[in-house]
Write a protein that binds this ligand. Structure first.
Ligand SMILES: [Cu+2]
Length: 86
């Protein structure tokens, strides 16, 4: 799926996933500063330069809700979203 990082939010800010199945997310940074895509429990942390595109692949192991966030802007700007795993 495609995800855009902006100053300071993700679009969309929800990701649907199925437990046990890999999800590939392509993140394009449309903002004016470096952003990041992190999922703490899955040990994901990928920086995305401004104007850049990065791809991350992760597999959630159990159903529930996970948070994804930009580690640079989650505290100051609330730059985060939700992964719903079913
Ligand atoms: Cu950011």
């Amino acid at each position: 799926m495609q995800l855009a990082a902006q100053d300071f939010s993700f679009s969309p800010n929800t990701i649907q996933a199925t437990a046990g199945q890999a999800v590939k997310v392509t993140i394009t940074n449309k903002g004016s500063v470096e952003h990041n895509f992190s999922i703490t429990s899955l040990h994901v942390s990928k920086d995305v330069e401004k104007g850049g595109t990065e791809t991350v692949t992760f597999t959630a192991t159990q159903s529930g809700a996970l948070e994804f966030f930009c580690k640079y802007h989650v505290d100051s700007n609330g730059m985060k979203g939700t992964i719903t795993v079913t």
